[in-house]
Design a protein around this ligand. Structure first.
Ligand code: SF4
Length: 296
């Protein structure tokens, strides 16, 4: 379904959500007011959202019947993979993740964005089962490619971006270094919900790692989640201003998504504070990293 998420609409693309997996489990403080959970509570009858998300007794479901969806979209789209779950949850099998990647390789006119709070699982998947699982999925679909050949899928896939969510310094320090080891054409960080200030100096300095990688893109947003949404310690404006300054100094693309519900309430705005016209002028910045033209 078309997405209302602002960062899924770079010029010339249509933003889309594709949920081959539904259901999840909370893993860190950023999950407290999980969007998927709120959505499932609000629309429990809707089978297209997250029907199996039962807080506390989450049931993770891999939807084989949704794997064909991207092939049915004719024009290039910018696709958020699993906006209602986490593809790298332990309950999603290596084989199913392989099928998702095979789908993305086959429908490569689209650009796919995978966001996880479980980069460790992603790391293990890429190092162990990953490539074989993708090729097995292609083989099962009757598609023959030469293993390791130039006509088959190779890491990184040219149309798949990988990202991690971080809500504070602890999880930034834990998740970003793993992200930077994953094979991806674009690596991004979703600093949402921004709960505490983050110093990105280590993340943005390649000399801290053997691989010399740094994130290509940082998205920042205050918490949107319902009436109990939390304000960022020190204020969301300061968190955004500091992140923008750090990104600019490091040459990293920056995207200000929303101020969050507490800020919106305080400033007479509705919803989650996504109307940029109401923001301080210096914070009205929405950039994307360089987008490789899709393969059509
Ligand atoms: S990882 Fe994402 S989808 Fe899963 S519980 Fe946390 S916020 Fe919700």
């Amino acid at each position: 379904m078309p997405s209302s998420i602002e960062w899924l609409w770079p010029p010339g693309f249509k933003g889309e959500s594709w949920n081959p997996v539904t259901g999840c489990e909370k893993i860190s403080p950023g999950c407290a007011h999980c969007y998927a959970e709120l959505f499932a509570r609000r629309f429990p009858e809707s089978a297209s959202y997250s029907p199996n998300y039962l807080p506390g007794t989450a049931r993770i479901v891999s939807h084989f019947d949704r794997l064909g969806k991207p092939s049915s979209w004719k024009r290039p789209r910018f696709v958020f993979v699993n906006s209602q779950s986490d593809l790298f949850h332990e309950s999603v099998s290596d084989q199913f993740i392989g099928q998702v990647f095979a789908t993305m390789w086959l429908a490569r006119r689209h650009t796919y964005l995978i966001l996880t709070k479980r980069p460790e699982r992603a790391w293990h998947w890429f190092r162990s089962a990953g490539w074989l699982a993708v090729n097995a999925a292609l083989y099962a679909s009757g598609i023959r490619v030469i293993p390791g050949g130039t006509d088959g899928p190779n890491w990184p896939l040219a149309n798949v971006w990988l990202g991690v969510s971080t809500e504070n310094q602890r999880f930034a320090d834990q998740r970003i270094p793993i992200l930077l080891e994953l094979p991806a054409v674009v690596r991004f960080v979703s600093y949402e919900p921004a709960l505490k200030p983050i110093d990105f100096s280590k993340a943005f300095d390649p000399s801290w790692r053997e691989n010399q990688n740094v994130p290509d893109w940082v998205i920042v947003g205050g918490e949107s989640g319902g009436k109990k949404a939390r304000e960022c310690v020190g204020g969301i404006e300061e968190a955004m201003r500091s992140t923008h300054a750090q990104c600019r100094a490091a040459g990293v693309a920056y995207f200000g998504k929303q101020m969050g519900r507490p800020w919106a309430k305080e400033h007479g705005d509705k919803g989650k504070g996504e109307n940029m016209q109401l923001w301080p002028e210096d914070l009205r910045v929405r950039e994307w990293p360089k987008i490789v033209a899709p393969v059509t």
